[in-house]
Design a protein around this ligand. Structure first.
Ligand code: FAD
Length: 306
């Protein structure tokens, strides 16, 4: 199994922020993943599972443990009509195009989401009115408590807006079984392309970012709308800035630190709270050490000074 010591995590996240991990492991199949977990259990070393790193803020102080990156686990099978089984590390844009080329509809929404199947199952990634939970039939996970493989049905997964029942460090998604519908290939391809083009028009493509920073607080108003109205497109902290194209996107102008990013997040959160009395909650996950005041951004317990 490929192993990199003192791995610079910024390289493995789309935001390009983060210090080093003690080691980075790249299992290429489920058996190598179980081997890695056995080794880590014996050594007692802390570990973290990484997918595409597209919804993650890593501390610039790094992570004193092992990161298991699943992007080499990328087998897709088509065991019966209308069904795809994809390993955790398969990238969504690739999977969406694979499905389109196979005449299978249901993944058109995912073409512009740069995460993996594992990350998408955990986050219930979604766009254009659809989400991963809509097409999942079941998920195979490695369960840390029982040290065994389990099959979780769609109902077991308890999908909600950008969340599922999979909690960090408790279960690892190994693969997902997706139920798609057969449709005219040209129609699927057209929809997939439209969704891809929409991204280029509405998102800061070309700048390192981690997608939407905050969850939408309710179905009436998006986080992007509230942030825009609060003037966030003007905000900048060091080398981190709010995108001028989309107020819910933070971009790394080059060499941004995690502290610059969290300072910016706090400013965004406070500006919306002051104007609308709405507490925005980050969609992103974190890895590594953050101060209590940085973590307050995630817990929603930040205080606002007038
Ligand atoms: C340009 C851009 C556009 C985006 N657009 C969207 C969008 O439209 N809709 C949307 O929902 N999201 C969007 N995102 C965010 C992101 O792509 C999704 O949340 C995606 O599902 C994250 O997957 P990942 O593999 O990158 O997860 P990571 O960022 O690697 O990890 C996220 C969390 O999932 C956990 N995890 C990852 N893999 C596994 C696994 N196999 N088992 C258990 N836990 C795991 C990690 O430990 C972490 O807690 C966008 C991001 C970018 C950069």
């Amino acid at each position: 199994m490929e192993e990199i010591t003192a791995a610079p995590l910024a390289r493995y996240t789309t935001l390009k922020v983060g210090g080093e991990a003690r080691r980075l492991l790249h299992p290429c199949c489920p058996d190598e993943l179980y081997l890695a977990l056995d080794r880590l259990k014996d050594s007692g070393e802390p570990w973290f599972v990484l997918g595409g790193g597209s919804n993650l803020l890593v501390s610039s102080a790094g992570f004193d443990g092992a990161v298991i990156r699943l992007t080499q686990m990328r087998t897709i099978t088509n065991p019966e009509p209308g069904v795809l089984i994809a390993e955790a590390g398969v990238r969504l844009p690739h999977l969406a195009k694979y499905a389109a080329a196979s005449g299978l509809s249901g993944l058109e929404f995912a073409v512009g989401i740069p995460g993996t199947v594992g990350g998408a199952a955990v986050m219930n990634a979604g766009a254009h009115g659809s989400c991963f939970g809509d097409i999942i039939e079941s998920v195979t996970v490695f369960d840390i408590e029982t040290w065994n493989l389990l099959t979780l049905t769609k109902e077991d997964m308890c999908f909600q807006y950008r969340s599922s029942r999979i909690a960090a460090g408790e279960q690892i998604v190994v693969s997902a079984r997706l139920r798609l519908s057969e449709a005219v290939a040209d129609n699927i391809a057209r929809k997939t392309q439209e969704n891809e083009e929409y991204r280029f028009r509405t998102q800061p493509v070309g700048w390192p970012n981690a997608g939407s920073t905050f969850k939408n607080p309710d179905s009436e108003r998006s986080a992007g709308y509230l942030l825009d109205k609060a003037g966030a497109k003007q905000f900048k902290e060091g080398n981190a800035a709010v995108s001028a194209i989309h107020a819910n996107f933070v971009i790394n102008l080059g060499g941004a630190t995690s502290l610059e990013i969290t300072s910016l997040l706090r400013r965004m959160q406070e500006s919306v709270y002051k104007q609308f009395q709405v507490r925005l909650r980050p969609e992103w996950k974190t890895l590594g050490k953050f101060s209590p005041s940085e973590l307050a951004i995630w817990s929603g317990t930040f205080s606002v000074c007038d």
